[in-house]
Design a protein. Structure first.
Length: 201
């Protein structure tokens, strides 16, 4: 059966039947699209779940420039003018996702005077012994984990889990010989958007 239609000012033309090669391609495409829509589910990842949805620092910390780090730990330890902050994480951990904002806040204050080294634990090679110039030397099997090394490479802070901004800030204050929090200007967090906050007087 051939269907005919007329367009304005044109004679009747036959429409393709489903038995032709063009019609079969159209049916196959329609079937594939229907299957994709019917049997696929959207990725359900968010701030408070353990699903992977990408770089946590770009998505939740508002700072994709942290990954990959600008220097390696070995390079950071060769310098004696900057401390190094290592943050061990995995991209599919809700704790790490939530902690990404704290790391970004710390970088806002200390990023120009300290080396920030987010370390994906998946990239740490499995070895029995690590040297102090390797991130595996400091990793204790927990994420997030925050390690601060002073300018001489000495371990001055090792926090497991979601350590509050204030604890890491206090460690940085000691490293830089700054006034303690109790006698300096009090900073409070204010929301920037639904995920990030910033510190303000």
């Amino acid at each position: 059966m051939v269907f005919r239609c007329s367009r304005m000012g044109q004679p009747n033309q036959a429409l393709p039947r489903f038995g032709t090669s063009g019609g079969r391609c159209f049916l196959a495409l329609a079937l594939v699209l229907t299957c994709l829509l019917a049997f696929s589910s959207p990725v359900m990842a968010g701030l408070k779940d353990d699903n992977f949805d990408g770089n946590i620092y770009a998505l939740y910390g508002g700072n994709g420039s942290l990954v990959p780090p600008k220097v390696t730990l070995a390079e950071a330890l060769k310098r004696d003018d900057k401390p190094a902050l290592l943050v061990f994480y995995v991209d599919d951990s809700s704790d790490c996702k939530q902690y990404a904002t704290v790391v970004s806040q710390l970088q806002a204050y200390y990023g120009s005077v300290a080396d920030f080294l987010p370390v994906s634990v998946d990239t740490i090679p499995v070895k029995s012994v690590y040297s102090p110039s390797e991130p595996g030397y400091y990793y204790q099997g927990v994420v997030p984990q925050t390690v601060l090394l002073d300018q001489s490479g000495k371990l001055v802070f090792n926090g497991l889990g979601q350590v509050p901004f204030e604890q890491v800030d206090d460690a940085f204050r000691e490293v830089f010989n700054l006034l303690p929090r109790s006698v300096s200007l009090e900073l409070k967090q204010r929301p920037v958007n639904e995920l990030n906050t910033e510190l303000a007087p």
